[in-house]
Design a protein around this ligand. Sequence first.
Ligand code: HEM
Length: 168
Amino acid sequence: MKNSVLFTALMLAGGLFVSSCGKEEAEATPPTLYDRLGKTEGVAKIVDGLIANVGAETATPNSVMLRSHKPMLDAINGVNGQAPTDPTRLQRLRNHVVDQLGEATGGPLTYKGKSMLAAHTGMAVTNNEFAVWRTQLEKSLNDNKVSEADKAALYVIIDKMHDDVVNH
Ligand code: HEM
């Protein structure tokens, strides 16, 4: 009898120990936004969707974003039948945005591009252009089934960059 009481007490203590360790471990390393977006693969899918949507918008009549993207589009497509002057420019931009968002959401990536101010200076990006760009991001986030909470967390990061992107 004594033994069985001791055994039960030990089992209970052991159970508590295991569950409290498990809990502590879970609390110590909650998934980052980067993890929740699906790590590098998930972030890359979101960025690829964004770029496809921006590209599609620039091909619409009265496109809002064609003005700011025209120099890059001309460089990757060529003008008047001429060869492209910088065919990998879009790929470089894409990789930079993956690194940038991968880093900003808490992942192990490192952004090596220009500051947002330097990258957008000379483009005179307007508030409306920024809003349309943001809509293209939203479409990609929806297509990739990102939760409302994770979208909101990403927008906190994106909207902090607004003042460095717009009106320079
Ligand atoms: C917070 C929002 C934005 C982010 C995070 C962002 C991110 C970036 C990044 C990382 C680069 C590349 C910098 C480099 O290669 O060193 C870039 C370049 C560029 N961005 Fe943005 N951008 C944003 C908003 C916008 C908006 C609103 C527009 C225009 C509507 C825009 C148009 C461009 C263009 C045209 C380039 C240059 C591409 C080139 O000429 O190679 N961006 N952006």
